[in-house]
Design a protein around this ligand. Structure first.
Ligand SMILES: Cc1cc2nc3c(=O)[nH]c(=O)nc-3n(C[C@H](O)[C@H](O)[C@H](O)COP(=O)(O)O)c2cc1C
Length: 402
């Protein structure tokens, strides 16, 4: 009996010494019944024969867009319509740079510009190349555009040094990749309203009060809810992240604008996840002219902003209402108090004073706090994994409510 193959994945392979690990990556995808179309760079084909990858994948390896076998179709455009994911592993510093600047001078870099599906990149390089500000900047640019990364590991490198830059284990790459495409449809028919990012409270035309929220957590939740089949409305303060495709995006600046937009969209939502770091304070008066140094004491006064969650909690109905609490002390105690005060179903509490997690970071470690005082702490994980834990928990609540 013919085995039915699931979706097709494109695997970009660059000229890194860790190229041999791409063989295992192909095998692992195949074990999960995915078809793999390998795209090699020319330099990669100088390290290893394409025959190895065509034999393993059962498909011709694509290398040069000018040597297309079926010239009646433009292969890179055609393939982009067929695949559900682009994985680049190993990815060189060179290819990260090309993706980040839109250079399209070979098959893989041209193909990258044609795909609309998720893209996940596993860098592999010498530590100096990985930590070079140029590479780090290129990766940041790609993250802003929604490209996901599987961080390289620390260990013994091909350059015979210990350091960062070793390609992540194939199992880890495949697991992270599949997390992006395995759709459960578990939120189909639901509308999820997510808020993200900081707000800006203006003092005068040039100055504002804000906070360090990057918006990454809320954007990950919005993307994950989309993957689960939900209609997603994302209301965001100013961030550097591009909104995910298919999300209904509303840009706001101030806490007041955030409140207005949330209240307007609230009736449509089944699930409301307030991951934005809405300012608790604003300036009592926004001044029309740039304020002078000597006027500060007299003119600068703070006033509280509206507590949006509390307002929503008063007319919750059957909605699931989830808050995020960024604290620097008594994280869990404060969360329990807020759940009661604001009539919430859940609070995701995180200690933003902890090093390497929370604000601006790609990682987070949170405690999921329930109205009955139960606290479920997570490990330190990527914000994507945390978003999955949060949505799994919400789905559990929906199950109990319905
Ligand atoms: C044996 C060998 C191993 C290499 N390993 C890496 C690597 O792990 N990561 C990297 O970024 N560049 C590595 N390079 C340098 C890249 O191959 C070089 O930057 C090349 O231009 C990248 O081409 P590509 O991105 O089109 O594959 C290596 C080069 C050689 C000769």
């Amino acid at each position: 009996m013919r085995k039915t193959m699931k979706a097709k994945i494109a695997l970009g392979v660059c000229s890194s010494i860790s190229i041999y690990k791409a063989c295992e990556i192909i095998r692992l995808f195949q074990k999960k019944k995915y078809q793999v179309q390998v795209i090699m760079t020319k330099n990669a084909s100088r390290l290893v024969s394409p025959l190895l990858f065509s034999s393993l994948s059962g498909q011709n390896v694509l290398i040069d867009p000018f040597e297309e076998e079926h010239s009646e179709k433009i292969a890179h455009v055609n393939l982009s319509r067929e695949i559900s994911l682009l994985v680049v592993a190993p990815c060189t510093a060179n290819m990260i740079g090309k993706f980040a600047s839109g250079v399209a001078d070979d098959f893989l870099s041209t193909f990258y510009l044609t795909v609309k599906c998720p893209v996940i990149v596993a860098p592999a390089m010498n530590e100096a190349m990985y930590l070079h500000h140029q590479t780090q900047l290129n990766m940041k640019k790609l993250q802003i555009l929604g490209v996901k990364f599987v961080e390289p590991e620390e260990g013994y490198l091909a350059c015979q040094e210990e350091g960062w830059g070793r390609l992540a284990a194939p199992e880890k790459i495949v697991e992270a990749a599949l997390r992006l495409i395995q759709r459960s449809e578990s939120l189909k028919g639901k509308t999820v309203l997510v808020t993200a990012g900081p707000t800006r409270e203006f003092l005068d035309p040039v100055r504002f009060l804000s906070n360090r929220s990057s918006g990454k957590m809320g954007y990950e939740i919005a993307e994950e809810a989309l993957r689960r089949g939900a209609r997603v409305i994302l209301i965001s303060g100013p961030t550097h992240i591009f909104p995910p495709q298919r999300v209904e995006f509303r840009q706001v600046q101030t806490a007041q604008e955030m409140e207005k937009e949330v209240v307007k969209n609230y009736p449509k939502a089944d699930i409301v996840i307030m991951a934005a770091a809405v300012s608790n304070f604003k300036f009592a008066r926004m001044l029309p002219q740039k304020i002078k140094k000597q006027e500060f004491e007299e003119k600068v006064k703070l006033a509280p902003t509206q507590d949006i969650l509390k307002k929503l909690g008063k007319k919750k109905g059957k909605k699931v209402l989830v808050g995020f609490a960024a604290e620097t002390e008594n994280v869990v105690d404060n969360a329990i108090r807020k759940i009661k005060e604001k009539n919430l179903d859940l609070i995701v509490a995180n200690d933003v004073s902890a090093e390497g997690i929370g604000f601006e970071s790609d990682l987070n470690q949170v405690s999921i706090v329930f109205p009955d005082g139960r606290v479920v702490p997570t490990e330190k994980r990527s914000k994507l994994e945390i978003s999955q834990r949060v949505l799994d928990t919400i789905e559990g609540i929906i199950g109990k409510k319905s």
